[in-house]
Write a protein that binds this ligand. Structure first.
Ligand SMILES: Nc1nc2c(ncn2[C@@H]2O[C@H](COP(=O)(O)OP(=O)(O)O)[C@@H](O)[C@H]2O)c(=O)[nH]1
Ligand SMILES: [Mg+2]
Length: 206
């Protein structure tokens, strides 16, 4: 197994799209509701405990946090979507900013959608899956915090979610995950590595 993500460095925290790194190369975005575990997942994947800031206060890290693991290859920790406890004005700003990012970012090659396995497939998650499919962007779902459930229960949810995904997007993949215990990181890496490889091969041909 190649360890593509093991030398990942923090690049920049952007408050707006214009502050993001130049829109070339390729990047994968980590999306999901606030507190689902986006930052913890990036830390588990990159094997770097303090890389992405894990927040004790949900909804606080409203920034695009960018990390680079090879020249021009980035992971982006998106702001949590639609968190109810931040002021409405701020929420609207961020929802709009995330939409902008998704619509305009040329270097975006895929999205990882992080969900709390105890609260899967909320409206935003479904929208993201459908949007990714319609936009020809790869997508992978992480059912995080599996350590909070008995394994039978986790598997049951996994099966149900898989069925539901199929109705929205036949290409979207899904896995059980625990960022806390780093369970599922190899699988995640095995899913994401070919995304970059495919894209590189495609870019070389064109
Ligand atoms: N039990 C458990 N807690 C987790 C897991 N992943 C993240 N958390 C906790 O959930 C909270 C939110 O995590 P964070 O990564 O900041 O979520 P984000 O807002 O999506 O970036 C933190 O208290 C984490 O420690 C997990 O796999 N299991
Ligand atoms: Mg975070």
């Amino acid at each position: 197994m190649t360890k593509l993500f093991n030398h990942c460095e923090f690049l920049i925290s952007a408050y707006k799209m214009s502050q993001l790194p130049a829109d070339d190369g390729m990047e994968i975005a980590f999306a999901g509701r606030s507190n689902a575990g986006k930052s913890t997942t990036i830390n588990a994947l990159t094997n770097h405990k303090g890389l992405a800031k894990v927040s004790k206060t949900p909804g606080r890290t409203q920034l695009f946090n960018c990390f680079e693991f090879a020249p021009g290859m980035r992971l982006v920790d998106l702001p949590g979507y639609g968190y109810a406890k931040v002021p409405l004005k701020m929420r609207k700003y961020w929802d709009q900013e995330i939409n902008n990012y998704l619509m305009k970012r040329q270097s975006l090659i895929g999205v990882v959608i992080i969900q709390d396995i105890r609260h899967p497939m909320k409206e935003f998650d479904q929208q993201m899956i459908t949007w990714a499919f319609n936009s020809n962007i790869r997508s992978h779902i992480i059912l995080n915090k599996a350590d909070k459930l008995k394994s039978g229960q986790a598997k049951k949810t996994f099966m149900q979610v898989q069925k539901q995904i199929k109705t929205l997007s036949p290409t979207t993949t899904c896995q059980i995950f625990s960022a806390l215990r780093k369970e599922g990181t190899n699988t995640l890496s095995e899913v994401l590595t070919p995304w970059f490889e495919e894209e590189q091969a495609y870019l070389k041909q064109n």
